[in-house]
Every structure is written in structure tokens, then in C-alpha cells.
Design a protein around this ligand. Structure first.
Ligand code: HEC
Length: 257
């Protein structure tokens, strides 16, 4: 029964190609591909302007990407003060405790246990409301927080927001472009690989966003996968557009099976 079903439904004809499409289909596909290409360019321009110079230097760089997701964890006003103008007020050992606490994200628990005793002894003579000086108030957690904010990059919450929007959006666009690209006449292995690539690339890219939050070296993966997505879409779009308008059916073509 199953056997019979298979032989009956197996198509003996060759797959459809672009040259089998009606003019109406060709116009539809071309318009979609062109608009998708423009949309991708817009996305790149937007990406460039929002990442450009995060690290203070012009141009989009690995450091910009790393700093966007990972942040710049070496820089708090408190740490630079302790290594600079305030260095003489604190013992090296105490300073190391403070720096460690800053690196761990300056949590409240650690403040009460480790930091407050140090600051109460060494800093608040000057750094509290009573001193009358216009300098950071280091007598409370809230005051210390003002100069202890570590830049840990984009928050997990907004990362999840951007991720799911990207996954849905890019999956749909990849489906649209891929549905058109399937009519291309190419070696099967090449066509299959190129069809899968955008999906794989976006999965790697978005996973790497999260990994970069944890370790800035993954910024390279973010850029590599982003490039892979762009390249595979560019190939699908150019090959499709070319074949839609220029590839002709050879008359002597015989059935493939
Ligand atoms: C003798 C008074 C005095 C003591 C003690 C003191 N500071 Fe200061 N602190 C100052 C003054 C004055 C300034 C503002 C001028 C400056 O930045 O040098 C300042 C500035 C700072 C700033 C702000 C720097 C910036 O980025 O604007 C921080 C942070 C700081 N101190 C931390 C500390 C810590 C931590 C301690 C204790 C280990 C400490 N200070 C001990 C007087 C003091």
C-alpha cells in the first residue's frame, strides 16, 4: 500500500526553474528581492551608526561590538580614583578588595560586609554630607553606587527582546528569499548549502551576542556570523535576479530522472 502510494506520487518531471515562471511571478520575485536587498543595506547603515565609536574611536570595530555586549568593565570612577588621586588614602590590600567587589558588579551584600568598614574608616571624613565638600558621598550604598557603576553592556532583558524580534524577522525574510532561490539552476550541494546558510548564520550570530556578554572574545563570532548572513543573502539574491532575467531554457534539455 505504502509502496504503491510512493510510486504513484513520485513526480517524473524535473523541478521548476526560473525560466518556467510566468512574467508575473518574475516581477513579483524581482521586486521582493530588490526590496529585501535595500532593507538589508538599511539595516547595515543603522548598525554602523549605532555601533560606530562606542569605544570612542571612529568606525565599527570588534571593540565596539565587544563593548556593546560586554561593556567596559575596567572603568568606574571609583576605581580610577583609587588608582589615581585617592590612592594615598587607602592600603593596597584594601584597594584590591574594593576592585574585586567592583568587578563582581558592586553588589549590596558585599558592600555591607567588606566595603563599608573600609570607607567608614578612610574616606567619609571627607566623603560625607557633614564634610560640606561637593564630592561623592561615600557614606551609603546609594552614594557609592553613583561612582561604582560598572558598564556591563546591553542588559540581558533588552538582549532577549532584540533576539526574538531578529529571529522571527530574519527567519521570515530567509524563508521568502529561500522560496525564490529554490528555482535557481545550480549544483544541488551548492544550492542546499546556500539555502541553509542564512538560518545557521543567524542562529550563530544571536547565540554569540549572549556569549559576548559573558566573554568579549565572542565579538569576533558576532562579526563573522553577521558577515556570513550578508554574504549568503547577497549570493541568493544576485543568483536569483540573474537567472530570473537572463537564464534561458536549453531546448534539448531532457528529463533529469
Ligand atoms: C582628605 C579628604 C579626602 C579623603 C580622606 C578621601 N577623599 Fe576622595 N576626594 C576628595 C576630594 C577633595 C575630591 C575631589 C577632587 C578630586 O577628584 O581629586 C575627591 C574625589 C573623589 C572621587 C571622585 C573622583 C571623580 O571621578 O570625580 C572619588 C571616587 C573618591 N574621591 C574616592 C575616595 C575614596 C574611596 C576614599 C577613601 C579610600 C577617599 N576618596 C578619601 C577628598 C578626599
Amino acid at each position: 500500500m505504502n509502496q504503491q502510494h510512493q510510486t504513484e506520487s513520485c513526480p517524473a518531471t524535473r523541478p521548476r526553474r526560473f525560466y518556467d515562471c510566468t512574467l508575473n511571478e518574475k516581477l513579483l520575485y524581482s521586486s521582493f528581492l530588490l526590496l529585501a536587498g535595500i532593507a538589508y543595506m538599511m539595516a547595515l547603515a543603522y548598525l554602523y551608526t549605532s555601533f560606530d565609536g562606542i569605544d570612542g574611536k571612529p568606525g565599527l570595530s570588534v571593540e565596539d561590538v565587544a563593548e556593546n555586549y560586554y561593556g567596559n568593565r575596567s572603568g568606574t570612577r571609583l576605581e580610577s580614583a583609587l588608582r589615581g588621586s585617592m590612592a594615598s588614602y587607602i592600603e593596597i590590600e584594601d584597594r584590591n578588595h574594593v576592585v574585586e567587589w567592583l568587578k563582581s558588579g558592586a553588589p549590596k551584600a558585599g558592600y555591607e560586609r567588606v566595603i563599608k568598614p573600609i570607607f567608614d574608616e578612610r574616606c567619609i571624613a571627607c566623603h560625607s554630607a557633614v564634610s560640606g565638600l561637593q564630592i561623592p558621598d561615600l557614606s551609603s550604598y546609594d552614594g557609592v553606587k553613583q561612582v561604582a557603576n560598572v558598564d556591563t553592556g546591553v542588559s540581558l532583558h533588552s538582549l532577549m527582546k532584540v533576539s526574538h524580534i531578529h529571529l522571527f524577522g530574519i527567519a521570515l525574510v530567509a524563508l521568502g528569499i529561500g522560496l525564490i532561490f529554490r528555482f535557481a539552476l545550480l549544483p544541488a550541494w551548492f544550492q542546499h548549502t546556500l539555502t541553509l546558510l542564512p538560518f545557521i548564520a543567524i542562529f550563530i550570530d544571536i547565540s554569540a551576542w549572549f556569549l559576548t556578554k559573558w566573554d568579549p572574545t565572542y565579538a569576533y563570532t558576532v562579526i563573522f556570523a553577521g558577515g556570513l548572513l550578508g554574504l549568503s543573502w547577497a549570493l541568493q539574491i544576485f543568483i536569483s535576479l540573474y537567472q530570473i532575467w537572463f537564464l534561458r531554457c536549453r531546448v534539448e534539455v531532457t528529463s533529469e530522472e
